[in-house]
Design a protein around this ligand. Sequence first.
Ligand code: HEC
Length: 132
Amino acid sequence: MAAALAAAFAFPAACQTPPLDFEFFRTRVQPVFLLKRPGHARCYVCHSTGTTFRIERLSPGAASWNDEQSRRNFDSVLRLVVPGDPLASRLLTHPLAPEAGGDPFHSGGKHWDSQLDPEWQTLAAWVRGRKP
Ligand code: HEC
């Protein structure tokens, strides 16, 4: 009995909500914000210029963000995700088509038709706590 209790308490609730990994964010999630999709502006174009979801401006000539900028992007995105739950995370539901489980409206358009979209899957893996 004592052993069973000890085992139960050895896995605190925190295990079910894995911490979000910064390296995975930096190397796998951020590039999604820079990708050009047919018929859409890039996330970066709108979200580096004054929307509530704020991505850092790239330094002149840079193709990606430095560590400090990536940290700020990470902090900005944290309030738009629920660790462990992609479908409760606005970062994933806002640009996802409503018929695929997304929000009804995103003024930036619907960038993903399906949860099977590889970009969506990358974001979902990060929210579920994947490490590089
Ligand atoms: C054409 C401009 C534009 C593009 C491109 C765009 N967005 Fe947006 N996005 C907006 C605007 C404007 C809002 C605020 C109004 C709204 O919620 O629709 C917004 C809202 C959001 C929100 C909700 C923010 C909050 O604080 O509630 C998220 C998350 C988001 N966008 C993610 C993305 C992602 C991820 C991409 C790329 C896949 C993207 N957006 C592309 C313009 C854009």
